[in-house]
Design a protein around this ligand. Structure first.
Ligand code: SF4
Length: 941
């Protein structure tokens, strides 16, 4: 019998216009096509032409439609009316709001610019915000990197001139073995998922090294469930095995790293551990042909790894000898480290053998001639098809900097950085540490800062200390406590401001930083600090707080003045080579956002607001010579601002519209970007696509594009000399001396060669009382708190149990639906638990930032996020437990100041289910109305 099939329209027309822009549902910056129907967002899909995602869209990206319709969107500027923390506000006009902010900040700039502390969260306009803060003249500026993964950034930039993050990528086309350390989901979200798919399609192997088998690890071919905080030890054991087997790339080390650089080996010399240099300051290597020391970049030199050099009674040894001596030590043998790492010795040996086999037995050659910086021409490019990627899991520990350094050492010993099949930089990287600025922190009333806030100290003389040795910054970045804190220490700002240590501030100005909730260590204490008053005056200890956010987050309730931001589809943004572009290993690329819809509320893009404030405050750089506003708004700034002559925020369509990189401002630039799909790409010539730090063709290409003003080839730093300078100071040498209580720690941790030490919190507490490690992971379907208010994404993760490994689960007799009391040295929470087998046996974990406070985010009071969701933040402290020496030591990495979130230790007990997850916080009033129960509209007939 014939069947009648209904006629279905499989591609109904959902929109009457498509506008191409850039996603901002996470930090990955995929291209999106926003379908509009009657002026409303009807549908979001991936832009198939976009270099980042090539049409791929994740769950977060498609849920952007719920983000721009979220009931929690702030609707107008707000002035606090109730006590701080109550959430009681009145709506005011923009003129009132901007005048209030100006009235608060102008006197500070005139008398004491440091009394303004301006810190931003995960925004993508740091080139503007840092420029603004510099013009204001306050030293107190940073973004959130200090509590995210600054260890990774600083280790990468100081060791190899670039970091993982989204600033580099595995060679997805050629890699045969990918190791993922401490990463479950990442900033480079879609590209990594797509890349892993490509690896698997051609039979390459992926190995996950992570205490938790979630995210990328769940699809890895092999998994090492390492004990948290021990990655550095495992990596150095791999180094030990490779050195013992002679499986290292000696030609690569000799040519492209400081392995042959001569180091002063005389312990009695004031220069012990420092490089032998020529009169111009260039490090010297021994030429294999002449056995004479010459500058490392001498044309035609073949650096020698084997011999020492004696001058003026002092023996100078190549870095390579120091390195081999250290890591060949039996201390790093697999049998020695296995128990600490929780990985059996045979598995460590097998992993080392697999690395060696893939790197050397499966080496690849590309028939592509190239010329290096010493003038030597190479007929081919040799590839070692091993790639690595790492992120916060290894970084957010108090030994995270040296662990990330160890990982780069492993990559470099195998010759897998900037070679085919390995790890590749994306423009504007690579860039040597010395090409970055040094920090500037001396405030002068009424004047801009003399240079950028953040940078890379080359030695003790670059620390941000005043003439009395006191910290110049409120977060104490760039001090002896954390000399290379290149991203600042946002997690210390509120505690230090509350304590008046090193001084009191007047106004705390925050953007997109939920410091009253999931971005703080010890949420209860931090909200207490934000609301504490001076007993004598009754004024708040932190007198004024200005906050800008698009949503009614927990932090809103703790501010005095709210500057409501737009959503990402309602404003201009610039994904810039001056900041964090969307480049690929084979091309420079940048992108824009533009208002594809107009706000239906009285809100303004924060960047435009900042530019307006800059003009009202008469900040140089934001006013013309006759005192008029220099920029109409952020779109105008993006188009016309020049950081250096001819160099602006966007590289494409400069001058008459034909120039890329360098060129005069072009008033049509944004229109040209919009017409081109929201991005611009500039390809690297084939002869310049690998060996970038040493490749003449790449260096010339980068100069032409405006990334550098002259070629700047450099060596990878296996031996990191600036660290040695800090050590030497701690040993008593030089005019700049650390406080005595920090000397031993500096000597022990600022080693010029990577090392591993026990995480500080572990060393400070009785680990038998707190036998478990406690971690969080970023959900692939959510980007921290951005997603946990999103109606679609909440259906994926509406609550977050604490996952327990099998033995622990059985030992405590847990069953599905049970709850546990979890106690750290700093606090207790009571939360639901669940069983997970693929988990390190001494580790418990949960998803990040799902728990919400009642009254925030326009969620219903009974929302699962507010009743069963929870944060581990309540268990964490920005200081280590007291040690009885009179000092409270920071819970941070001693080199970079990175918050050591993952050093957390806990114990658990089974408990009767409470009514709600504990601790419970009193609800806050919401400045936005509760959302509707249903949010629907029709886009098809
Ligand atoms: S990975 Fe991030 S930027 Fe890309 S579509 Fe998903 S949420 Fe958007």
């Amino acid at each position: 019998m014939a069947q009648r099939h209904p006629t279905l329209d499989l591609s109904p027309k959902v929109s009457d216009e498509i506008r191409k822009t850039t996603c901002y549902m996470c930090a990955c910056r995929c291209g999106i096509d926003v379908h509009l129907k009657d002026g409303r967002v009807a549908y979001i899909e991936g832009n198939r032409d976009h270099p980042v995602n090539k049409g791929v869209l994740c769950a977060k990206g498609s849920a952007g439609i719920m983000q721009v319709n979220a009931p929690s969107r702030l609707r107008a500027p707000l002035r606090r009316t109730g006590p701080r923390g109550s959430g009681q506000f009145e709506e005011i006009t923009w003129e009132e709001a901007l005048q209030t902010a100006t009235d608060w900040m102008a006197p500070l700039r005139a008398k004491a610019p440091e009394k303004l502390a301006f810190f931003t969260g995960r925004d993508q306009s740091q080139s503007l915000t840092s420029y603004w803060a510099q013009q204001f003249g306050t030293p107190n500026y940073a973004a959130h990197g200090g509590f995210c993964s600054v260890n990774m950034a600083v280790a990468g930039i100081t060791t190899m001139g670039g970091a993982f993050w989204e600033f580099g990528q595995p060679d997805w086309e050629r890699t045969k073995l990918l190791l993922l350390f401490g990463v479950a989901e990442d900033h480079d979200s879609n590209p990594i998922k797509m890349g892993i798919g490509r690896l698997k399609a051609r039979g390459a192997k992926v190995i996950g090294i992570n205490p938790v088998r979630s995210g990328y690890n769940a699809v890895a071919d092999d998994w090492f469930g390492i004990t948290p905080g021990t990655d550095g030890l495992l990596i150095l054991s791999l180094v030990h095995c490779l050195l013992k087997a002679g499986k290292i790339d000696l030609p690569y080390l000799a040519q492209f790293t400081n392995a042959p650089v001569l180091v002063n080996g005389d312990e009695s010399s004031p220069d012990h551990g420092l490089f032998l240099r020529d009169d111009a300051g260039k490090p010297l290597v021994l030429d294999r042909k002449t056995r004479q020391p010459v500058p490392f970049d001498t044309q035609g030199v073949t650096p020698d790894l084997a011999h020492t050099y004696r001058r003026a009674g002092i023996t100078h040894r190549p870095v390579f000898q120091h390195l081999a001596e250290r890591y060949l030590s039996p201390d790093y043998a697999p049998e020695q480290v296995a128990a600490t790492c929780g990985i059996p010795a045979p598995r460590i040996r097998a992993l080392a053998a697999e690395l060696a086999r893939t790197a050397f037995d499966e080496a690849i050659e590309i028939a592509q001639p190239w010329t290096d910086f010493r003038g030597q021409t190479h007929a081919t490019m040799t590839g070692r098809p091993v790639a690595m990627h790492a992120m916060r899991g290894i970084s957010a520990h108090s030994n995270g900097f040296q662990t990330a350094r160890a990982l780069h050492l492993l990559q470099i010993l195998l010759g897998t950085v900037e070679t085919p099949g390995g790890f590749r930089f994306k423009p504007p990287y690579p860039k040597p540490m010395e090409a970055h600025p040094r920090p500037h922190a001396s405030a002068t009333p009424g004047q801009p800062l003399k240079g950028p806030h953040l940078g890379f100290p080359q030695g003790p003389e670059d620390l941000a200390l005043d003439e009395n040795g006191h910290p110049q910054r409120i977060d104490k970045a760039f001090t002896w406590e954390n000399p290379l804190s290149a991203h600042g220490l946002m997690h210390m700002v509120i505690a230090n401001a509350h304590a008046g240590d090193p001084y009191r501030i007047d106004t705390l100005f925050l953007y997109m930083a939920n410091m009253a909730w999931n971005s703080s260590m010890g949420t209860g204490r931090v909200t207490q600090m934000l609301t504490d008053t001076d007993p004598e005056t009754g004024d708040y200890v932190i007198p004024r707080i200005i906050y800008s956010d698009a949503y009614s987050s927990e932090m809103v309730a703790y501010a005095d003045l709210i500057l409501p931001d737009t959503t990402y589809l309602e404003r201009h943004d610039c994904i810039s080579l001056l900041d964090r572009p969307i480049s690929e290993a084979e091309a420079a690329a940048d992108a824009i956002r533009w208002p594809v819809i107009q706000p239906d509320r009285d809100v303004r893009g924060f960047q435009s607001v900042l530019i307006d404030l800059g003009a009202r405050l008469d900040l140089p750089g934001f006013v013309t010579e006759d005192g008029q506003p220099k920029y109409a708004d952020y779109a105008d700034y993006i188009t016309t601002h020049q950081r250096r002559p001819g160099i602006g925020p966007l590289m494409g369509f400069r001058g008459e519209g034909q120039s890329t990189g360098r060129g005069d401002p072009n008033p049509d630039q944004l229109d040209r970007y919009i017409a081109a799909g929201g991005f611009h790409t500039h390809h690297i010539p084939e002869s310049a696509q690998f060996y970038k730090p040493w490749n003449r063709a790449y260096q010339d290409w980068a100069v032409a594009l405006g990334l550098y003003d002259s070629p700047q080839p450099y060596l990878f730093n296996l031996w990191l000399e600036p660290l040695r300078k800090f050590q030497r100071a701690a040993e008593g040498h030089g005019p700049h001396q650390p406080p005595d209580h920090l000397r031993d720690r500096i000597k022990a941790t600022m080693d010029p060669l990577p090392l591993w030490y026990e995480p500080f919190e572990e060393a400070a507490i009785d680990t038998e009382a707190y036998p478990l490690h406690a971690l969080t992971q970023r959900p692939m379907a959510m980007y921290h708190s951005w997603g946990t208010q999103n109606a679609w994404l909440r259906q994926v993760h509406g609550e977050n149990p604490l996952y327990l490994p099998t033995d622990l689960w059985e030992q405590h007799g847990f069953t599905q639906g049970d709850w546990a009391r979890v106690t750290s040295p700093h606090g207790t929470i009571t939360v639901p638990v669940a069983h997970m087998a693929a988990l390190n046996p001494s580790t418990v974990w949960t998803w990040n930032a799902i728990g919400k406070r009642k009254g925030a985010w326009a969620l219903a009071p009974k929302a699962p996020e507010a009743t069963r969701g929870f944060l581990l933040n309540h268990l964490i402290h920005e200081l280590l437990p007291p040690r009885g020496d009179g000092h409270r030591w920071a819970n941070s990495d001693p080199v970079t100041g990175q918050a050591a979130w993952f050093d957390l230790r806990v114990r658990i007990e089974k408990t009767a289910p409470p009514k709600e997850a504990q601790p419970g916080f009193p609800p806050i009033s919401s400045p936005v109305p509760k959302g509707p129960d249903a949010l629907t509209w029709k886009t098809t007939p």
